[in-house]
Design a protein around this ligand. Structure first.
Ligand code: HEM
Length: 447
């Protein structure tokens, strides 16, 4: 059976690509409403892209029939930066790496990183002054990078952290441009961006290999940083660990996957708090009741019930990972439709999280909606900011703890206001969903 699925009519050559690019988020939301559970887009004469909005079908793609798919083009270009780490590897290799890395991200293990998260946030706020206007998105990128660097390498490697930060920035921009570009200029062509990328990759590799070498020497000294965890990991089946190259790829993977996603989430949280003073007020009351003025710790996180709901609700409205794309590797039937190798299936958290079938007043920021049994009532794939199945975000607990601790630490001391009243901050759907043009905000120190 091959059901006919329909989608918008497009231009003869480019199909729907131009409309899609012009205003992606609104366009896909609108098309989902108009065409139902499977929207068929044509990107040029040969590319078929299907947006799926039925949670059962999404489950088939991510969980039950996941072996029929591979990661789509956008992430394959990330290989230039992260090599063959768990974000980009496939099949057996992915499963082995995932097994090796899983223990390092266990809920109990990551609790130890809570201290780093709070201290780095306090360090950031030392630069802040009452009344000052700052780009909060820039600050959030900086603090999440400092946190992942310290949890990775175990101490404040200040100079390395700066070098790594700059090089990763170049790498991410490169990947983002490549993923959305029509023309694929090979790295060997010395364009400005290619040269910059190659230079920064060299710096990055050297820095990371040096740190790996140092880490191998100290392997037995009972360290608990992520790098040591990766160096000590052994496969249950063959007792083997990772090569230096594999560790390098996984380090880069964690930097790339675990830095901008959390920074974006923090920026959206502060944007939403600034535009919803009643939510901010309720948060302040909770912080006072639970913390009584002291800094938060990992142990406080479960008690910060409202703060956690703010994080969940922000991830609903502004999911940092706004889409998951998969390419069909082997013919597969889903919901009565047969997909052919090369077809792309698009699953969008942004679309699903704003679907009126599952959420009352879906566009409204209302953290309280997570207070009841919402997550039990709706299908699993109506709310999935961290994806699902064997490739579910390995850093989900890390990210949730980090977001709650950053939020509590900052909101305890500062209120962040929009620079201009009524200032609208647009989401820009690149590899992650970030605030377009940053997030200038005015700081008000809380007495
Ligand atoms: C709010 C923050 C975050 C969000 C919204 C997020 C979201 C996601 C999503 C949706 C995926 C699945 C992608 C797919 O199936 O194609 C993913 C994968 C991944 N994430 Fe996260 N993530 C966040 C933070 C983090 C952090 C903090 C880390 C590491 C410390 C991390 C590491 C990873 C890795 C390594 C993968 C690849 C897993 C695999 O393919 O096996 N993420 N993330």
């Amino acid at each position: 059976m091959n059901l006919t699925v329909s989608g918008p009519k497009g231009l003869p050559i480019s199909g729907n690509l131009l409309a899609f690019r012009r205003d992606t988020l609104h366009y896909i939301q609108k098309m989902a409403r108009e065409y139902g559970e499977v929207v068929h887009f044509r990107f040029g004469p040969k590319r078929h892209v299907y947006l799926l909005t039925n949670p059962d079908q999404i489950k088939e793609v991510l969980v039950t029939k996941q072996a029929h798919f591979r990661k789509a083009k956008g992430l394959q270009v990330a290989r230039a930066v992260v090599g063959d780490g768990i974000l980009t590897s496939e099949g057996e290799k992915h499963m082995r790496q995932r097994r090796l890395m899983q223990p390092a991200f266990h809920r109990d293990r990551i609790k130890e990183y809570g201290q780093v998260m709070v201290r780095q946030t306090v360090d950031l706020m030392e630069e802040w002054k009452d009344g000052e206007i700052r780009d909060i998105h820039h600050d959030m990128m900086k603090v999440t990078l400092a946190i992942i660097t310290e949890t990775m390498f175990g101490k404040t490697v200040k100079e390395e952290a700066d070098k790594i930060g700059q090089a990763i920035d170049v790498g991410l921009k490169y990947v983002s441009n490549k993923a959305t570009s029509f023309i694929d200029i090979p790295l060997s062509v010395p364009t400005k961006s290619n040269r910059e990328f190659v230079d920064s990759s060299e710096v990055l590799d050297k820095t990371i290999y040096d740190l790996i070498e140092e880490g191998r020497k100290n392997e037995s000294k009972g360290r608990t940083d992520l790098l040591s965890m990766l160096l000590m990991a052994r496969d249950e089946d063959d007792g083997k660990g990772m090569t230096d190259e594999q560790v390098r790829d996984e380090v880069m993977t964690i930097f790339v996957a675990g830095h901008e996603t959390t920074a974006n989430t923090m920026s959206w949280i502060f944007y939403l708090l600034a535009t919803h003073p009643e939510v901010e007020q309720k948060l302040h009351e909770e912080l006072e009741a639970v913390l009584e003025g002291r800094l938060p710790t990992a142990e406080d996180v479960p008690k910060l019930v409202y703060a956690n709901q703010i994080v969940q609700e922000t991830l609903r409205l502004y999911p940092a990972a706004w889409t998951i794309n998969r390419e069909v590797a082997e013919q597969v039937e889903i919901g009565g439709h047969v997909y052919e190798p090369g077809d792309t299936l698009m699953i969008s958290q942004y679309v699903m999280h704003r679907d009126p079938r599952y959420y009352d007043e879906p566009e409204r920021f209302m953290p309280e909606r997570f207070a009841g049994d919402l997550l039990k009532r709706i299908p699993a794939f109506a709310y999935f900011p961290f994806g699902g199945g064997p490739r579910i975000c390995i850093g989900n607990n890390f990210a949730l703890m980090e977001a709650a601790l950053l939020l509590a630490t900052i909101a305890q001391r500062y209120r962040l206001h929009l620079k201009e009243p009524g200032q609208v901050v647009e989401p820009e759907p690149l590899v992650t969903l970030r605030p377009k043009n940053g997030l200038p905000m005015r700081l008000e120190k809380r007495s």
